[in-house]
Design a protein around this ligand. Sequence first.
Ligand SMILES: NC(=O)c1ccc[n+]([C@@H]2O[C@H](COP(=O)([O-])OP(=O)(O)OC[C@H]3O[C@@H](n4cnc5c(N)ncnc54)[C@H](OP(=O)(O)O)[C@@H]3O)[C@@H](O)[C@H]2O)c1
Length: 334
Amino acid sequence: MGYKSREIRLVSRPKGEPGTECFDLIEKELPDPQAGQVLVRNQFISVDPYMRGRMNDVKSYVPPFQLNEAMTGGAVGTVIKSAEPTLPEGTAVLSMYGWREAYVSPANGLQVVDGTKAPLSAYLGVLGVTGMTAWVGLFGIASLRDGETVFVSGGAGAVGSIVCQLARMHGCKVLASAGSADKVSFLKDQLKVDYVFDYRDGEPLDHLKAGAPDGIDVFFDNIGGPQLEAALWHMRNFGRMALCGAIAGYNTPVPGPRNLAMAIARRLTLRGFIVSDHYSELPTFLKEAVPALQQGKLLNQETVVNGLENAPTAFLGLLKPGDAHIGKLVIKVS
Ligand SMILES: NC(=O)c1ccc[n+]([C@@H]2O[C@H](COP(=O)([O-])OP(=O)(O)OC[C@H]3O[C@@H](n4cnc5c(N)ncnc54)[C@H](OP(=O)(O)O)[C@@H]3O)[C@@H](O)[C@H]2O)c1
């Protein structure tokens, strides 16, 4: 007898800002796992800004979602039926079979994770792609040195909140921006960020001047747009910019930056990166992140939304300035 699972499918491609009409929730029956396969029940799935790009039918570093097929993305779950001795029932696994309650897969495509080291959802956040992105961007791309001054746009989000913490753990002075009073309070009170501002409250450049009178050594950009321009004005000579994301332009491209020539005057390095190019460094990252998490030096801040049916709305919220989530947004499936 098959196993019933619900999944979210993309049913239309948006122009500009997407709405819930782009998604559909379908129930289907899964077959029994065959030799070498397992049936996995997801517990948490990840919704991420890069998925907005996958809604468009364009070639990029990750293929577009196919219409009328289940969407994909990070997920952690537990094997509930196994036809593969190396992955017995109860094994926790990480996969790209997100946006669904359950799936049948060959065992060799799945990554076993250790639920005793951290809650399973942490493998989608601080111990997963999110944490890796922060770490690679700061140290591999921007070559952050202890004691420097760092500005992080989108500081209260999944990646941004880890960037703030890693930079502080390395003795840096941290400035961060966010889009709501709650996020500003979180960054100030919980993460002890040195200077925090709401980027919609006054001019970002005035805030950067107030928070870092001597300029910025490293800019970790999650947002792009006007905050990128402000950072370009206020970098120190030979400063480095890790261009991680530009969410301000994901729905509708934003022009600029108009002052790119500051990169010449200040001899800046601007370097974009994609975390998946750096997965081989995951063990090195985990050597720093796991003990930091276990010792309480690194906070796994997450916002949990219950129910697969709420995943599209939660995802669409990510693409709006000042949305409610703080830290990593995950969907609890069951
Ligand atoms: N390069 C890579 O390999 C890589 C990997 C992962 C993520 N990323 C990028 O990193 C960035 C952060 O991702 P995340 O997963 O940590 O998401 P997130 O920061 O948790 O969520 C996105 C946040 O972006 C802000 N935002 C949304 N629309 C905006 C707009 N129009 N203008 C200004 N701010 C806006 C909102 O925060 P506020 O409330 O503060 O406005 C929103 O909460 C994204 O750009 C993502 O694409 C890149």
